[in-house]
Design a binder for this molecule. Structure first.
Ligand code: NAP
Ligand code: 8YV
Length: 298
């Protein structure tokens, strides 16, 4: 984001790999002197080109785009931006759920296509009274739970451990939670322990009236099974902000009425991206001033 890059330029010499016409040439030229990275994808191969790297400040809370094991092995510091994007992501989650249950995008299209003049739109379904299973009752999961409770939904959750004091029923098992849920929101980190956690079995347990909402990472869902079951109506619907090979989205989803699609924009508001950028700058500034990091992963 521009304000983040401007703030970095006031403090550091900045090179922009994302917009470089020849990234490899830029890396050959400046890689040996780079001491910090703001945002972006960091592979083990990239790390090898940056011998003086001291810190990576990720511009998001999920840091699955970084090879964290390789970073740790080199004693490089890693930071993310927890908390500042919680409300924006929770807000979009509920927005997508309402959009799907009340067919808001379709209703808009119905009017624009002048179809209302020929007859009524139809009756859909509401969230009130439905059970919402949350996979990952963390910062964002808890805020989604608050908003869902305000909409008179019944919240249940799954995580690796039960949270003492959480006012919602806990499910030790994802399949059992899916079976008990009308809506299932995925909002846990994408990592080795969660890859494929929404398996065909989980989707079958959610069933023809159930809806999957993925706000976390595409690789956490068996996307082939998801598409197949949405097409055949074995699954009731899906609201998806993330995809396995985004920005590519399976063609089969594009024509489905029981799906709402969103281009990974959970945190993409002006306000929230500015706050994320500020946190990235604050972490880098603290590091190079020899002060404690604001939000260190390690
Ligand atoms: P958080 O506070 O760390 O919460 C993560 C939750 O996931 C915790 O409750 C944790 O509970 C649970 N969890 C971790 N590993 C698990 C596993 N193997 N199985 C089941 N549950 C597991 O993180 P957050 O700030 O809420 O962010 C959550 C994720 O949202 C991020 O990592 C990112 O992938 C995604 N996100 C998406 C967008 C977007 O634009 N769509 C924006 C921001 C974040 P336990 O430790 O008890 O298991
Ligand atoms: C992205 C996110 O980081 O914070 C996360 O984990 O998924 C998002 O905020 C952001 O869209 C930049 O790609």
């Amino acid at each position: 984001m521009k304000s983040c890059i401007d703030a970095l330029k006031q403090r550091f010499t900045v090179h922009n790999l994302a917009t470089a016409t020849d990234p490899e040439a830029l890396l050959r030229e400046v890689g040996p002197e780079i001491r910090g990275i703001a945002g972006g994808k960091v592979s083990a191969a990239l790390l090898e080109k940056l011998p003086k790297l001291e810190i990576i400040a990720v511009s998001g809370v999920g840091y699955d785009s970084v090879d964290a094991a390789a970073v740790k092995a080199r004693n490089i510091r890693l930071t993310n931006t927890p908390g500042v994007l919680t409300d924006a992501v929770a807000e979009l989650t509920i927005g997508m759920m309402i959009a799907l249950s009340r067919r808001i995008p379709q209703g808009d299209r119905f009017i624009r296509d002048r179809k209302w003049l020929d007859g009524a739109f139809g009756n859909w379904s509401e969230l009130k009274g439905k059970t919402l299973g949350i996979l990952g009752l963390g910062r964002i999961g808890k805020e989604i739970a608050n908003l869902a409770a305000a909409l008179k939904m019944h919240v249940v959750y799954h995580g690796r451990t039960e949270q003492k004091g959480a006012p919602y029923p806990y499910f030790e098992n994802v399949v059992a939670m899916a079976r008990a849920s009308d809506w299932l929101v995925v909002i846990a980190p994408g990592n080795a322990s969660t890859t494929g956690i929404i398996s065909r079995e989980v989707l079958e347990a959610l069933g023809p009236k159930g809806v999957l909402v993925n706000m976390a990472r595409g690789n956490m869902v068996d996307q082939d099974a998801l598409v197949e079951m949405l097409v055949s109506k074995q699954l009731g619907g899906a609201a998806l902000d993330v995809f396995d090979k985004e920005p590519a989205v399976p063609d089969a989803l594009l024509d489905l009425d029981n799906v709402v699609l969103s281009p990974h924009q959970g945190s993409r508001t002006e306000e929230t991206r500015a706050a994320v950028g500020d946190m990235v700058v604050a972490n880098l500034t603290a590091h190079f001033a020899g002060k404690p990091l604001i939000s260190a992963i390690f």
